[in-house]
Design a protein. Structure first.
Length: 154
């Protein structure tokens, strides 16, 4: 349980780090989550439509439109035609937004990479497998009611 509690503490600290970024830049936490999703899609070479982004963030269409309008006015995203299907509109993060995020999150990312250099390939693989498993578990729908504490402490 020590590792699970440590993971929870890391998740809290990362959430606070993102919240500080959002607050310092007059953004809503969902704006930061949207930019992260768009940067992840960019890194993976995937196009992300407004609908898919909204679904990933748990937003309805009106909320997604308001979010994108806000980020577009701030120069952080743009709506463009899809590369494979020109009829499709996709959302892209701008280079300015990438640099904006890198200026704040870069030191944390660099420190994390430095820490990983202390592990061999096998250990990094185990860490990757563990984190991916936890990510998948967290993405699954809850199977218990909020008042069901039989699954362990929060």
């Amino acid at each position: 349980m020590e590792i699970v509690h440590l993971l929870r503490a890391v998740a809290v600290e990362l959430g606070l780090h993102s919240a500080r970024f959002a607050h310092a830049n007059g953004m809503h936490p969902t704006d930061v989550r949207a930019l992260i999703a768009l940067m992840d899609a960019r890194r993976a070479g995937e196009e992300l439509s407004a609908g898919r982004l909204g679904t990933a963030l748990g937003l309805n269409p009106a909320g997604t439109t308001a979010l994108l309008d806000r980020l577009e006015r701030a120069g952080q995203v743009r709506r463009v035609r899809g590369a494979g299907d020109r009829r499709k509109v996709v959302v892209e993060v701008t280079e300015g937004a990438v640099e904006f995020g890198r200026s704040f999150f870069g030191p944390l990312i660099e420190r994390s990479v430095e820490l990983l250099h202390g592990y061999d390939d096998h250990q990094r693989g185990a860490i990757r497998d563990f984190l991916e498993g936890v990510r998948q578990a967290a993405a699954e729908p809850a199977h218990t009611s909020p008042d069901d504490t039989s699954q362990g402490e929060p």
